[in-house]
Write a protein that binds this ligand. Sequence first.
Ligand SMILES: Nc1ncnc2c1ncn2[C@@H]1O[C@H](COP(=O)(O)OP(=O)(O)O)[C@@H](O)[C@H]1O
Ligand SMILES: [Mg+2]
Length: 322
Amino acid sequence: MSVIEVENLQRRYRARTGLRRRSAPEVEAVRGINFEVERGELFGLLGPNGAGKTTTIKMLITLLLPSGGSARVLGYDLVRDAQEIRKRVGYVFGGDRGLYERLSAVDNLRYFSELYAVPAREQKVRIGELIELVGLTGREGERVEGYSRGMRQRLHIARGLLHRPEVLFLDEPSIGIDPVGARELRLTVARLVEQGTTVLLTTHYMFEADELCNRIAVIADGRIVAQGTPAELKQGVVSGRVVEVEVFGDAEASLEGLRALSGVISVSLEDRDQAQLVIVRVDVGAEVTSDILAHLGGLRLGRVATREPTLEDAYVQLVSGT
Ligand SMILES: Nc1ncnc2c1ncn2[C@@H]1O[C@H](COP(=O)(O)OP(=O)(O)O)[C@@H](O)[C@H]1O
Ligand SMILES: [Mg+2]
């Protein structure tokens, strides 16, 4: 039995726009997704803002009802057995709200232990273990108000683990955390999985998913567009070479024409400080750089570079569907 089994799961939101309720449009946040997570796995749900990641997690922890499809967590049905699921899963949402600033880490964990009805004789040992797991040993007596965002997030993870859940859901745990803090957070998550907890994590950072996850599902616009190990995803998507052209002016109108050039696989656009960067993935061996430049001829061009594709390119290609 898989720990998480998701079958054609769907969720629509009725966006209530003011008074005209009858014209409320529906947002299809999750449009029939399928995936399974095995025991002990660290599974990543990777996708841009608005892809449907949080909605999926909220359904799996029974905070939101699905609009269609079904899912089981630890063999329990999301709708029929919500109580059983709640007892056995933990979750942590990104951001740093929900801790008591004027209390220490230990006192926060004591407070939440009471709330989650952790038996009194287990509390002390459990809190000690968790402080160590999340790397706060030595700082556990300090007030949370002096903590960095990374430390707060690790304390949140400790809180999410107080009732010894078999599965932990982490929604964008590294959001807003500096690189050093994010690395410590990744170490914490890796340690947690080593100790046997199954983790489902969402992120919009490709490198984070790559470093941590056993398997990844890439979600875009409510649909899963690719699934596999990080290595499989890279192999399946990344090929060719990348030509980057810095453009001053509006490059948007030129993109369709670029896509039509022979040898061009895909085209995307990124904003830079003063300029835009046109990123063109081309077939290996195709001599298209001069065609690309000719096509952009009407615009003022800056730096032009050719490079190997990166994971970032793979991800952009997957989520933009080009
Ligand atoms: N409560 C809500 N009411 C209406 N629309 C929502 C609500 N929550 C999320 N959405 C919409 O559903 C889509 C998916 O959102 P979400 O699951 O939060 O994505 P993600 O976590 O991947 O950024 C988005 O288009 C978002 O605007
Ligand atoms: Mg989200």
